[in-house]
Design a protein around this ligand. Structure first.
Ligand code: PGA
Length: 270
């Protein structure tokens, strides 16, 4: 079983479009027994109408949440408990686009704890920048490990720590995100097509899984890959048993392409 997560980001613009996208993804999810599909729309589209489309293989997630479980003086924030009541089962936290707006590891760690306490499944994003990646895979692994430790600082630290069994990791190298836009970083450097090579992703994911098991005794935490996953490259990631699924941005807004990515889970060699 592979997890296919759609990060719609700040899209689409209308509720009607959101329903259309959700319906297409839901139909594809129900037809493919090798995939669990989660769509993560913007907050206003996380409503009871989308909820009626959900099933055992098709769930809703949010793209962020506030740092406290239920309520409090946090203008503009939405609590994980509120999201849960709306029907969301998952929440993406620590996405690099939020980190670029000033979200620190400490803030992410608070949100991770609040979301787990509220009963949500957390999709925690980690990943190195291009400047770090240019120093090599060892430097990248070191960076990702320290990001992971900082974001999981409240996990297993006291007997009252939130249960980490609802944790999912997403390895998203910052430089590989949104290369569908005209900025293939590595290509510019003459080093490739702007995408992460599956073999390098596997190496990074093995290193993340090893840290999760040795430091947190998390032996079965799924680790996904994200960064310009599309219909052309999805199979090359899904074929690896170490890669438990993909987090898809731009391609999840193209209904036919997203459906095809879901269908590819049936062909994955795992
Ligand atoms: P992308 O986005 O697939 O458009 O690169 C992935 C993400 O940001 O989660």
């Amino acid at each position: 079983m592979k997890l296919i997560i759609a990060n719609w980001k700040m899209n689409p613009t209308t509720y009607a479009e959101a329903q259309k996208l959700a319906r297409a993804a839901g139909v594809a999810a129900d037809k493919n027994k090798h995939a669990k599909v989660v769509i993560c729309p913007p907050f206003p589209f996380l409503s009871s109408t989308l909820y009626s489309l959900l099933s055992a293989r098709f769930s809703l997630g949010a793209q962020n949440c506030g740092p406290e479980v239920a309520s409090g003086p946090f203008t503009g924030e939405v609590s994980p408990a509120m999201l849960k009541k709306l029907g969301a089962k998952y929440v993406i936290l620590g996405h690099s686009e939020r980190r670029a707006m000033g979200e620190t590891d400490e803030m992410v760690a608070k949100k991770v704890q609040a979301a787990l306490r509220a009963g949500l499944k957390v999709i925690l994003c980690v990943g190195e920048t291009f400047a770090i990646r240019r120093q090599g895979i060892a430097a990248s692994k070191k960076f990702v490990a320290s990001q992971l430790r900082a974001c999981l600082s409240g996990i297993n630290s006291t007997p009252y720590s939130p249960p980490a069994t609802r944790l999912i990791l997403a390895y998203e190298p910052v430089w590989a995100i949104s290369t569908n836009l005209p900025k293939p970083l590595l290509a510019k450097e003459g080093e490739g097509g702007g995408l992460e090579k599956p073999a390098d992703v596997v190496e990074m994911i093995r290193s993340i899984k090893s840290l999760l098991s040795t430091r947190y005794s998390l032996l079965t935490t799924p680790v996904l890959y994200g960064g310009s996953v599309n219909v052309k490259n999805a199979q090359s990631y899904l074929n690896h048993p170490e890669i438990d699924g993909v987090l898809v941005g731009a391609a999840s807004l193209r209904p036919k392409e997203f459906k095809r990515i879901i269908e590819l889970t049936g062909k994955a060699k795992f």
